[in-house]
Design a protein around this ligand. Structure first.
Ligand code: GLY
Length: 372
C-alpha cells in the first residue's frame, strides 16, 4: 500500500477515525491522488456523465493512470443510485480483474460517492476507495463520514454500509464546474450543520444572501472558510457516533420531511434538487421544533428568513400532505412505527430521536404552505 502524503501543512488536514480529509488545489491535486492510490494498473475511477466531462480531464492530466479501460461512467442523477448500477460496477471490476489490492476512486457528487463507496466496500468483501467530491454537497456532507448506500424502490439509502474511504480529497476548484442551483443546493447542508450543531457558525452564516450575481465571492468564501468549518462539524459528530445511534442523527435535521418532499416529485419533470427539499424540510421541522422542543420564536424567525430569502419554494399542495406523511413513515430513524425526528431546542442545539405525532407534522407542512 502506498504511504500517505507527508503532512506538510497541518491546517489542510482533518482526520476522522484515521481517514484523512485533505484540502488541495489544482497544483497539488495530482500528487495527492498518486500518494493515496499509487501508480498500479489495478485502480479504477467511477464518474458520471457530468464529472466525466467536467472533472475527469483534470484528474487525467495530473494522474495519467486512468486510461479509458479504467473509467466506469454512470448516468447522472439520484435515480441512478440503485441495484442495477451497483451490479454494473461489481461486474466491471470483476471483468477487469480488480483484486483486493485495487482502489476505486469515486469522482463526483453524493450519488457517486454513496454508490461507489457501497460498491467498493462490498466487492470481494471490501477494497480500498478514495472519494474526490466534486459538488458542494459532496464536499460539505455526503463524502464525509463513511456512509455508503443505494436507494431501493425509490426510498433513499435503504441498503448500504458504514465504511470509511482511505482518504477524501477536497479540491474546491471543482466548485467552478457547478450550476448555480447545484451550489445553492449544497448550501442547505451547510445551514443544516450549523443549525444542528454550531450556534456561532450559524450566527456567521445566517445573514448570507446567496445570489448568482455574487457567485465568485460566494465560492471564495466557501473555499476560504465555510467548507472547512462544515467538514469539521461533521467530522466531530461522526467521530463520536460513527454508526448513527444517537448524536449523528442531528445531521438529519430537516431530512425527515425533506426526503419525503424530494421523493414526491422524483422522476417527474418537477423533480427538485436535494438541497431545496432539505431547505423546505428545515422550515417545517423548525416550526415543529418551536412547538415540540421550545425553539425560541426569534430563532425560528431567523431560520425562516434565511431559508425563504435563499431557496425557492418547494411546490406541494394540501392534498399531498397525507402522501408526504406516509413517505415519512419509511424514515430509518423511526422506532416501533412511531415517527422520530431530529429537532432543534435552539439554533445550534439539536435533539435526536424526538417522537413526533403525525398531527404536528401536518401542522408543520400546512404552515409551510401558508407562507408566501
Ligand atoms: N448525512 C447524514 C450523515 O452522514 O449522517
Amino acid at each position: 500500500m502506498p504511504s500517505p502524503p507527508k503532512n506538510t501543512d497541518n491546517n489542510k488536514i482533518i482526520s476522522l477515525h484515521g481517514c484523512p480529509i485533505h484540502f488541495t488545489d489544482e497544483k497539488h491535486f495530482g500528487r495527492q491522488i498518486s500518494a493515496f492510490i499509487g501508480e498500479t494498473e489495478k485502480n479504477f475511477i467511477l464518474t458520471d456523465v457530468n464529472t466525466a466531462k467536467l472533472c475527469l480531464p483534470l484528474v487525467r492530466s495530473q494522474f495519467p493512470g486512468f486510461d479509458e479501460s479504467r473509467v466506469i461512467t454512470m448516468e447522472a442523477g439520484e435515480g441512478e443510485k440503485n441495484m442495477s448500477s451497483l451490479h454494473h460496477i461489481w461486474n466491471f471490476l470483476l471483468q477487469h480483474r480488480a483484486g483486493r489490492d485495487s482502489c476505486l476512486v469515486n469522482l463526483g457528487g453524493g450519488m457517486i460517492t454513496d454508490l461507489g463507496g457501497f460498491a467498493a466496500s462490498t466487492y470481494k468483501r471490501g477494497i480500498r476507495f478514495v472519494h474526490i467530491p466534486t459538488s458542494l454537497m459532496g464536499m460539505a456532507d455526503a463524502a464525509i463520514g463513511g456512509k455508503t448506500g443505494i436507494n431501493i424502490g425509490g426510498i433513499k439509502n435503504q441498503a448500504g454500509t458504514f465504511a470509511l474511504p482511505q482518504a477524501v480529497i477536497v479540491m474546491p476548484g471543482f466548485l467552478k464546474t457547478l450550476l448555480w442551483h447545484e451550489l445553492l443546493s449544497g448550501f442547505a447542508e451547510i445551514f443544516k450543520a450549523a443549525l444542528a450543531l454550531d450556534h456561532s457558525f450559524w450566527n456567521k452564516i445566517k445573514e448570507l444572501s446567496l445570489s448568482e450575481t455574487k457567485r465568485a465571492a460566494i465560492i471564495s468564501l466557501l473555499e476560504n472558510s465555510i467548507i472547512r468549518r462544515s467538514i469539521e462539524i461533521k467530522a466531530e459528530v461522526v467521530a463520536s457516533d460513527f454508526r448513527d445511534q444517537g448524536k449523528r442523527q442531528c445531521l438529519n435535521f430537516g431530512h425527515s420531511i425533506g426526503h419525503a418532499l424530494e421523493l414526491l416529485e422524483q422522476g417527474t419533470a418537477k423533480e427538485i434538487p436535494h438541497g431545496y427539499a432539505v431547505a423546505a424540510g428545515m422550515l417545517c421541522e423548525a416550526f415543529i421544533s418551536n412547538l415540540r422542543c421550545g425553539l425560541p420564536a426569534k430563532q425560528l424567525s431567523d431560520i425562516e428568513k434565511c431559508i425563504s430569502i435563499n431557496f425557492p419554494k418547494t411546490h406541494f399542495e394540501e392534498k399531498d400532505i397525507e402522501g408526504i406523511i406516509s413517505l415519512i413513515r419509511h424514515d430509518k430513524k423511526n422506532v416501533n412505527d412511531k415517527v422520530r425526528m431530529s429537532l432543534l431546542k435552539a439554533a445550534g442545539t439539536c435533539v435526536p430521536g424526538v417522537e413526533c405525532p403525525e398531527a404536528l407534522i401536518r401542522k408543520g407542512l400546512s404552515s409551510y404552505l401558508k407562507k408566501a
